[in-house]
Design a protein around this ligand. Structure first.
Ligand code: DGL
Length: 270
């Protein structure tokens, strides 16, 4: 079978359980506007955040095997903290193309906190990950680290992208435990890509002057290292959305995705 080569150009494959990774895609597009993107929403298995590490690890391998069988992939971005912490570093040994994954940027928060209280919001699976727990424990020696996982917040981010009005009251309720703390975190690590999509809402309901950190800067710096090898970029873009299940949600988010520069939509069986 002939693999699909998009316009003789570099193709980046990005995936997440849903629309969360679009926050990463938007950032990459700003720095590298001339590359092709294939974005997969693994909505058949949304949400990832309550599934086991082993399940997600196997799912990631299955996705990359299938995609790389059909398309020429230059680089993969796992635009999902849950999928990255569940599959790294083991996943790299299966594929010859570079794979970039993301984890909550806990280390960066040390440089931005003034009051020594750092908040991490991520999915249950991410926060239960052995390496993440270990990292938190390490920084807890010198800092107060508060964390919370919320499936609801992931769903609210999806609803926003579907054009629905999301309730600020509901979001505030999720952060109730932090209002009982002596000091509210002055730095919040967004350890789930979905949360970057509702940053405006978070800013509205949480105390003023909180610094929000995500993995965007990390992704761009990693990409710059890899992209030095690609000198000839054409501006013939084909940006594809793949999804693993057709639902009404796909119909609802289509307009948004077209506005983000996607021009081809297709269901893929994985
Ligand atoms: N966007 C994903 C992350 O960064 C998780 C969303 C989900 O639970 O599926 O962890």
């Amino acid at each position: 079978m002939n693999k699909i080569l998009l316009q003789n150009n570099i193709t980046i494959f990005i995936f997440d359980s849903g629309v969360g990774g679009i926050s990463i895609y938007n950032q990459i597009k700003k720095f590298f506007p001339k590359i092709n993107f294939i974005y997969l929403l693994d909505n058949k298995f949304f949400p990832y955040g309550i599934k086991s590490k082993n399940f997600i690890y196997k799912r990631c391998i299955k996705i990359l095997k299938k995609i790389s069988f059909h398309y020429h992939i230059s680089l993969v971005i796992i635009a999902c903290n849950t999928a990255s912490v569940s599959s790294f570093p083991m996943i790299q040994k299966y594929f010859s193309f570079p794979i970039i994954g993301i984890t909550p940027v806990i280390k960066d928060s040390i440089n931005t906190t003034n009051n020594g209280v750092i908040g991490i919001i991520a999915t249950k699976t991410t926060l239960e990950n052995y390496y993440i727990k270990k990292e938190i424990k390490y920084f807890q020696k010198n800092y107060i680290i508060e964390f919370l996982s919320s499936k609801k917040l992931v769903f609210l981010a999806e609803e926003k992208i579907q054009g629905l009005n999301i309730s600020l009251k509901q979001i505030k309720k999720i952060f109730k435990p932090w209002y009982k703390l002596k000091k509210f975190p002055d730095t919040i690590v967004l350890g789930c890509t979905h949360f970057s999509l509702i940053i405006d809402e978070l800013k509205q309901i949480l105390p003023k002057n909180i610094k929000f950190l995500n993995s965007n800067t990390y992704i761009i710096s990693e990409m710059k290292k890899i992209m030095v090898n690609y000198k000839f970029l054409f501006n013939l873009q084909k940006n594809i959305i793949l999804y693993t299940k057709y639902t009404i949600k796909i119909k609802k988010i289509k307009r948004y995705l077209i506005n983000q520069g996607f021009n081809f939509f297709k269901k893929i069986k994985i």
